[in-house]
Design a protein around this ligand. Structure first.
Ligand code: FAD
Length: 503
């Protein structure tokens, strides 16, 4: 142990290794600041690595290259329409930073993005039909070499403990984390420390000067001369914290990697005087339950219907997933997706992908020749289920969903390829799968200002302490404006934190 009880000294200590943490670490390390990246598990990337890595950063050179006509002004109109002006300061900081951040990232030879159409989630002024998010270009595994084994694999392989597939490039969230890791490594100033869990903050004279962490070899104290950036996810995997704060869903139903995000960084900051907000909020989604009790994030329903405990529909199933999740939170489950053999497999996208044969064999999905038999298998009231499907088939024949207007929004049609997404369910065998209220992470946490400085109970910054991603309370409140907002905002505020640290 070195002077004053520190085991190691850095300029910046970053807790977590999701997209925000890695972007912040790159900004620090590329500016010559000696930077530690602490990751609790043996793998980098957290939920960010599982993700599609759509990144909602408006008005940047990526949209410009795509000829999209996106602008900060259009995005401002859209965000104002959805969020009002409550968070005007952080909104403006986000909009101002987006183009600068993308310039900074793409300047690095390891990082490249491309536009990918994915509609914004609300029909509001400023919405763009093609959306305004982009994704990282796939990354050949050879470019990462041995480092590839450090990146958390896709969700199904990870849950099975299988690592990356031997062939093929890293895609989506893995490409984003892999590219950021490559870039950080090339700076020579980033120290990636896996199996190192932040347990506490060290506060001296009212300033956060370092962290306490647990490693396989025991506890360590790491000094952070310039600042600590907390970007260690939310508390989605803590059943106790979810219950205490009233987050609907369940710790076992989150899409975050098993046991990773248990709110450690938020709790440590609260002990250091930080305040919190939005604690009952998450980025919600429907999840199809698999036989091991884990969910598959499901979106883009292009067929089938979802019923509640009474056997009735309660929402437009094709709604953007967070909005569908919020409808589920207000309804009474258990919920079931009902579909038929007309669909070629699951009439939706799921992450991980689910194959009918496996799901039926495992008992996670059931099938029957008639709807009353399907009701029997699922415990749904037979008359109500039959009536609901008949009514739905009537809407399909008319070409209009008289109850929930499914198929009328650009988002619904994007996923059905422009075809109607209210299609009859009338071709046996009928299938059913349990749908649970899942999430992509909680979005409540530490209150922060426009520079991602963590605020205390009186609204003053806690010196030396910054937060981004799901460790912080999102500037989007209870709204999920469009694809890539979690990652885009995590990266933007992590980057701003480092700009502030460098001032
Ligand atoms: P994470 O990415 O989960 O990173 C947190 C990390 O911190 C983890 O590695 C964890 O192990 C580590 N950690 C936790 N505690 C500690 C500790 N005490 N010390 C050290 N490390 C710790 N969002 C988008 O914006 N675009 C998308 O396209 C998108 N697609 C998605 C697709 C899927 C299938 C899923 C599951 C999610 C998707 N999301 C998407 C949501 C998004 O991935 C997450 O909300 C976001 O990545 C969270 O980022 P984060 O940095 O807060 O947390």
């Amino acid at each position: 142990m070195g002077r004053a009880g520190w085991d190691d000294e850095y300029d910046v200590v970053v807790a977590g290794s999701g997209a925000g943490a890695m972007a912040g670490a790159l900004a620090a390390a590329s500016g010559g600041l000696r930077t530690a990246i602490l990751e609790k598990t043996g793998l980098l990337g957290g939920t960010s690595a599982y993700s599609g890595a759509a990144i909602w950063l408006p008005g940047t050179r990526v949209q410009e290259r795509a000829g999209l006509g996106d602008s900060a002004e259009g995005a401002r109109t859209y965000l104002r329409a959805l969020l009002g002006d409550d968070e005007a300061e952080r909104r403006e900081a986000f909009l101002e930073t987006a183009p600068e951040l993308v310039d900074f990232l793409e300047k690095d030879p390891a990082i490249e993005f491309c536009f990918q159409a994915f509609p914004d989630y609300f029909d509001a002024p400023g919405r763009l039909d093609a959306g305004r998010s982009f994704v990282p270009v796939e990354l050949p595994a050879e470019r990462l070499g041995d480092l590839a084994a450090l990146v958390r694999p896709p969700v199904d392989r990870d849950r099975a403990g299988r690592g990356h597939s031997a062939s093929g490039p890293l895609a989506q969230g893995r490409a984003l984390i892999g590219r950021l890791l490559l870039a950080i490594t090339a700076t020579g100033a980033g120290d990636v420390r896996t199996r190192t869990a932040l347990t506490d903050l060290v506060v001296e004279g009212g300033r956060v000067t370092g962290v306490a962490a647990m490693t396989a070899d025991g506890p360590v104290r790491l000094r952070a001369r310039r600042g600590v950036l907390l970007a260690a996810g939310g508390f989605e995997s803590s059943a106790a914290l979810r219950a205490e704060r009233g987050v609907p869903g369940g710790a076992g139903w989150t899409m975050a990697p098993d046991g990773a995000n248990t709110g450690d960084a938020i709790e440590a900051a609260v002990r250091a005087g930080a305040s919190t907000g939005l604690l009952d909020q998450a980025w919600f989604c429907p999840g199809l339950l698999t036989a091991d009790g884990r969910p598959a994030f499901t979106l883009g329903f292009r067929g089938g219907l979802v019923v509640d405990a009474s056997g009735r529909r309660f929402a437009n199933e094709s709604l953007p997933y967070d909005r569908m999740g919020r409808e589920m939170a207000a309804a009474v489950g258990p919920f079931h997706l009902i579909w038929d053999s007309r669909a070629d497999g699951l009439p939706a996208i799921s992450v991980p992908p689910l194959r009918a044969g496996e799901q039926l064999a495992s008992g996670a999905w059931v099938q029957a020749a008639t709807l009353p038999e399907l009701a029997e298998l699922t415990g749904l009231p037979a008359d109500a289920l039959t009536g609901t499907v008949e009514r739905f088939n009537g809407f399909a024949a008319e070409g209009a969903d008289g109850d929930f207007h499914r198929g009328e929004d650009a988002y619904d049609l994007y996923f059905s390829g422009g075809r109607p997404c209210v299609v009859p369910v009338d071709r046996p065998p009928y299938l059913a799968a349990r749908v649970v209220l899942s999430d992509l992470g909680t979005k409540g946490g530490l209150r922060t200002d426009a520079d991602a400085r963590v605020l205390d109970g009186s609204g003053r910054p806690v010196p030396g302490l910054y937060a981004a991603g799901n460790t912080s309370a999102s500037f989007t409140g209870p709204v999920y404006p469009g694809p890539g907002v979690p990652i885009g905002s995590a990266m933007a505020f992590a980057y701003r934190a480092v700009q502030d640290i460098r001032r």
